[in-house]
Design a protein. Sequence first.
Lengths: 800, 318
Amino acid sequence: MKISLNWLKKYVTIPAEVSNEDLIRLIGARLVEVEGVIDETHKYDNIYVVKVEKAEKIPETHLTLCQVNDGGAESIQVVCGAPNVREGMLAAWIKPGAIVPASVNEDAPFVIGKRKMLGKYESNGMLAGADELDFGDDHSGIVEIDPEMAKPGDLLADIFELNDLILEIENKSLTHRPDCFGIIGFSREVHGILEISEPFPFVRGLELEKSHTLDSRENRPTGEPLGVVKNIDFSNSNLKIILTKENGSDICQRYTAVVLEKHGELKKKYLTWQDTILSKSGMKPISPIVDATNYLMLLTGQPLHAFDYDKFIAVGKSETPIIKVRLAKNGEKLTLLDDTEIELNENDIVITSNDVPVALAGAMGGKSTEITEDTKNIILESATFSLYNLRKTQMSHGIFTEAITRFTKGQPPYQTLDVALSCAGMLSDGFEVTSLADEYPNPEKDIVVKITTVEINALLGTSYNDELIARTLKNVGFKVDQDGDSLVVTAPKWRTDIHIMEDIIEEVGRLLGYDNIIPTLPLHLSAEKNKLFEIKRMIRNELASLGANEVLTYSFVSERLLEKADLDIRNSYKIVNSISPDLQLVRQSLIPSLLDKTYINEKLPVDEFAIFEMNKVYQKAWGLNDEKVPVERNELGFIVAERKNDETAFYKAKKYVKKLFDEFNIAVTFSPLKNNEVISKPFETKRAAEIRLRDDPEVLVGVVGEFKNSVRNDFKLAKYLAGFEINLDIVLEKYGKTKILRFGKRKYEDLTVTTSKTYDETLAEVEEKYPDAIIHPLSIYQAEGQDTKNISFRIESISK
Amino acid sequence: MDVLEKLKAKLKDINVRAGKIRELPVDERAEFGKKINAEREAVLAEIADAERKMLDTEVEPIDVTAWSGVNEKLPEFYSVEMGSKHPLMTELDRVVDIYQMMGFDVVESRQLDDEYHMFDSLNFAKEHPARDGYDTFRTEEGLIPPAHTSTMQHRVLKAYKSRLDEGKAIAVVVPGRVFRNEDVDATHEHTFYQCEGVYVSETCTMGDMLGILREFFEKYYEQKLNIRTQPGYFPFTEPSLEFLIEKPKTLGGKKGDFLEMLGCGMIHPNVLKMAGIDPTKYHGFAWGGGIDRLVMLRYGLNDVRDFESGNLNFLREF
């Protein structure tokens, strides 16, 4: 949302000592997140109001040769291409050297110059159209300025207060504050922040003694001067409004409809204040009726919609309008104003004419009742709808208009009638009110919250007194009564977000400034170490010190990646709204992601490296835990890869994993791999080993090995490639035993056994001979053509 | 004949038959072409599969119980100079250390959770538009890869509730990986890290929250900092605010250059109630903020995408 500071200042008197900078900082600190400030203080520099004194058509062209007066003694010659330029009008003139406002944000802003047209007509600067001035898209002619507002030589920026700062507001931080989505509501907060007790502005559509707006402040002299509707006879309405309920609750809390009959022409002649406000707020002037509804929405937060009265009753085949608000039926169709035909569903609220849908409530009007230039009579709608239904509508039809953005915050129903009549007032040149109906079956009760000063201070850590708290709340429209030690706080009608004590505490804390709360520290406590974090840190330090590189890879992978690693895609949870097919499945194992990163690094190229990651994996096969959420597992994945090495990569990976288990002080065995676990799938059974607990061989802790040739081939990796994946949850469970320390003198001897058995079988024989020694592998030698190998060990004996 | 040869013969036969398409009447050719192409595709897929399997049959077995290959040297570890720790993980460890020094337990966040923990237990009304602000991913089963570490808040409150009965406070931080359905650019990632904090006691105040947060950031950046807040909105805290720090001069900051570091607030009574904690007796505060940007600021990094790139030219610098 965009907020013009000049517009805001129309509704709240900012004390002279508060600079714009202070004001913006205070709004940011006490109301809402200000994402940015657009500086437009020089956007309209050197643009003047001029009088067109002479306008002569240049023969055989669409151009007009004009003499304009900028208040000086001499006329200035300008060539103008617009069809509406004529003698006597006031126009906006961009002086040579000035920048066209619509281009200020472009890389190369367009600087107007002095030039010769058609080789002989000198043209100084330009007469500007609405589009060039950045007031919408209208390029049909130049803008005309009301002579009652300005005289030649005036700066355009002065007339329309265009030297402005525009605040860009983060809407998310106002999700609970529908009232602040209009400048009036926004200004009420500024009253509170600056402790200004002057009356709030409001819109009042009726010239009656008592406004229908329920205010907590009395006798307000101010009001938005929008034109006023006189003498309405509520009893003489030919409108019928039917509101339906869904499961006992209102889908439409209040529906106000006003019928306007055309009695004259609404001619859009001059550039208006409203045009500039719409543009500064990020909208565009379109036509007088649409502009009036949009302007009021920006002013009050209440969206309006206009139907063509005659089309409305024609669609419903009724003599007078029967407006029924109901839920749509599945499959019902509606063509919207933007010509798209949508299929409605049972969550959508529709406005119907005698039960025929004519608008998607809160979101967009229908084509069948569209306002056009020929429209004679109008039904103006000012209503509120269930934000829950509208949110679903927004999602299912992808409609994100300014109106629905406001409705889904939950607009309060208190002002629908006043806003509708204000709109009628704005259109009173061309239309008069002939009928009105206001259906509001269940008006809200006052929200009253009882609270004590002690409760407020206990939560905030402050020492505010009753008087300060009451004044602060009153400044934003709350009514505060004292009842013994308690404050009885009544929320104003526009505050739909107030429900509980904490909401009042938020008001007090926020308006008096959270930054005024003194930071303190509660008593120190002692904490428990998180063992998983400890283990991960130990692994990180260990592997990094052994030359390996820690990586992080995405938790989501593609089908193709899993298939390349021989994993079953059906065992992965599938994301239905993934960003791309590359990120569609929740990963079951870290290995496929690491192989993918191995490829990237071999390509760089890095000749030799080891990468590892510690992260969580999920497999559908593991099912759900006690909390009914998927069982998760912490794993460590590791890959070693070299681009130029003919040796057996397996043994390098094994050396790394063994080192880790030594550090964990967990005894494990390495045995030939049986390919029956998901974790084993990418590994080559003839060149990989299972890692099992020595004390509990049933438990598979992980797998280490080289990968299937097909897997390696699919990932396009060099031959020297191996890795491991281990289950850290098991490590966590078994880790922490005290290491047996062995002190004493060391004696080393080497031993070579000629054998055709495996290493482990041979080792077992050696261990039998040297029961107390530590036995280290040395080498394995096999001469060409021989069946037996020479396995050498180093025996480390420890004597006391 | 082995499988592969048979398949190749079959393919040859298909190609021969395909060549005879010209002999057919014109109106039958399209139909025939479609059929023969489908056959060809099927056989090609079978051939690819067979070739893939073949790759895996001619493999030399090794002795996996040994520590080196036959006639190969014992393998060696790489040198320490080649090694590196991931900057996000080292920094996450530092973050956790600081909070532990301040008396906070550590619980790691999940990476796949449900609607209840992500939203319901945090006082998000069903179908409330506030849920849309989180751009969540969903699985076919309706599970959610969490969009914030607050997904652990309800669990933490329940698990540590007994502390309150002992007259102690609940003080826990929850680091973890979170996910948002967002377009990726230099400052946005769909996958990033957050750290959540939860504190509940009989006497704690918003002043305590601001004190703890300031203390943390001053310890993390190793200097005194100016802090600032602005009002925010989260359904699970009331009041809710955003916490900002002035960018330190040593990290290239200018005066008045405030950075949003996290969202925080006093825990909403409904959230406490849902975890079985009496909100009339206890209150608390919670916060959550991104780790990635903390780290980027500390190291002067400007592309968040580097973190999950796996690119060693980047990672080996750490």
